[in-house]
Write a new protein. Structure first.
Length: 487
């Protein structure tokens, strides 16, 4: 009987796992995960994401043990570890799902070559996206750099049938003579419930109600109105096909009534809100395609005119931004949430990225790397794409003259200061009308509300009006930008 290793990476689930199902059809399966020291020691990896990875590995191992199997975890250079394991287990095949990031592609090519040279058959499966980046290209075979065109092409491609989303295997035949080497642990960090069962529960909860107010709710910082599924998609506890067909079902089953979950104050109908979430799944594939086709963008801007852009070198300002001490409440609340939980609302991500790159004129790469060090859902493609968008240097980027006003952003998306007061307890007694502008409190009111600006909470580190004008001048002079600006 054929014996195969399934090399798990960003697909920590049993259901709808292309490589796992292909291996099961061949015979006995040895599920394995290799802790790659290159990734573990990278400055793009932090303790929170390692802890999240570990939690999901534990859940995968638990699911495997329920089916008479177990997860073999090794640490070391992947090709050497997989070859050693294959020899010990007398496995003749290695199956794995593609990872489209630049480092992963280079690593997987080396692994496949070395295993093949040693008589091990290697099969890579396409599992990370609904459509591989090479499928979504122009008629001349060129990659899209504008989201709208990418989305139009993506939607026209035939999708896998809903019935193709395969269920969990009931049993996992495993030669139990192969020992598990155990899993590394990380410092105790409060994390969401891990594993594919938790991912599927969260998906179903989101699809039942919240998705129908997502169109507006996704921007509101003071309530739970997003899916919070990005951490599960990051390590594949949820498959992209499960998410896609969930979105399609929600669109088709959208209620006709206008009052869903929360009182509505806009014209976004439930089915449009569900479509808005599908749109975000397509954005994920767009960013994956960009990094796949333009791997240099992990370090360089996609738009060449910004290659030599002169960012400001201000370590003190960057540290204040990292610590949530800028003096702008919505920025500081978002950064403190990130530092405490390893997650941040997407609207908040845009606000803090705009502040760093436009108000402070600090290199987007510094913010992008800090996010990767802190986020449990840190994904190079989405992170690089989002930061280049915010800085105005990437694909489909916001114009250089669009500079978020952090005060107005807070007032609009956290109108009662609920989000700010949750993460900045020093402002908990400040009246709603000034919670996003505490520097306007008189000295008497500062004492009254228990927050002395400059002592208990910092004064704004930069005047936004000044910073905006400086950014516009700097972008024009550094990038030969001659677009008319309507101030």
């Amino acid at each position: 009987m054929t014996r195969s290793i399934v090399w798990f990476r960003r697909d920590l689930r049993l259901a709808d796992n292309a490589a796992l199902l292909a291996a099961i059809r061949q015979g006995e399966v040895i599920p394995a995960f290799v802790i790659d020291p290159v990734l573990l020691n990278s400055d793009r990896v932090g303790a929170k994401r390692v802890a999240w990875l570990t939690a999901n590995l534990r859940e995968l191992d638990r699911s495997l043990r329920e089916r008479g199997s177990q997860l073999i975890v090794r640490r070391g250079e992947p090709a050497a570890e997989l070859l050693q394991l294959a020899r010990k287990a007398q496995a003749t095949n290695v199956f794995f799902n593609l990872n489209l990031t630049p480092y992963a592609q280079q690593r997987d090519q080396r692994v496949a070559l070395e295993l093949a040279q040693n008589g091990i058959t290697v099969e890579a499966c396409d599992d990370m996206t609904v459509h591989h980046p090479e499928e979504v290209v122009t008629v001349t075979g060129r990659p899209y750099q504008v989201f709208t065109a990418f989305k139009k092409a993506w939607l026209t491609l035939p999708k896998p049938a809903a019935d193709d989303v395969e269920a969990l295997p009931e049993q996992m035949p495993l030669p139990l003579s192969v020992p598990s080497l155990g899993m590394d642990t990380a410092d105790a960090i409060e994390l969401p419930a891990a594993g594919e069962a938790a991912a599927f529960d969260r998906l179903n909860d989101f699809l039942e109600e919240t998705i129908y107010v997502y169109g507006t709710g996704r921007n509101l910082l003071d309530r739970q109105a997003t899916s919070c599924l990005s951490p599960y998609l990051r390590f594949g506890a949820l498959s992209i096909r499960q998410a896609y067909w969930g979105a399609k079902a929600a669109i088709e089953l959208a209620p006709v009534g206008r009052d869903v979950v929360w009182p509505r104050q806009d014209n976004i109908l439930p089915h449009n809100s569900a479509e808005a979430w599908l749109n975000e799944l397509i954005w994920r594939e767009f960013y994956l395609a960009l990094l796949y086709h333009f791997p240099h963008t992990i370090e360089q801007p996609l738009r060449e005119q910004f290659a030599n852009f002169e960012w400001l070198d201000d370590e003190a300002a960057f540290l204040a931004w990292c610590e949530g001490c800028t003096g702008y409440p919505v920025v500081d609340a978002a950064m403190r949430m990130l530092n405490a939980t390893g997650w941040m609302h997407n609207r908040a991500r845009m606000i803090v990225a705009s502040f760093l790159t436009k108000d402070l004129l600090i290199d987007w790469r510094q913010g992008e790397r800090y996010f990767m060090q802190q986020l449990i859902d840190g994904d190079s493609a989405s992170n690089v794409g989002g930061w280049q968008w915010a800085a105005g240097v990437g694909a489909d980027a916001q114009p250089f003259f669009r500079v978020f006003n952090p005060t107005l952003q807070g007032q609009r998306f956290d109108p009662k200061g609920v989000f700010v007061k949750q993460w900045l307890p020093e402002l908990r007694n400040v009246p709603i009308e000034l919670v996003h502008e505490p520097w306007k409190l008189s000295r008497t009111d500062q004492r009254k509300y228990g927050v002395i600006i400059g002592r208990d909470y910092p004064a704004p580190m930069v005047d936004h009006g000044f910073a905006r004008d400086r950014a516009l001048r700097h972008y024009r002079s550094n990038s030969n930008l001659r677009l008319a600006v309507n101030n």
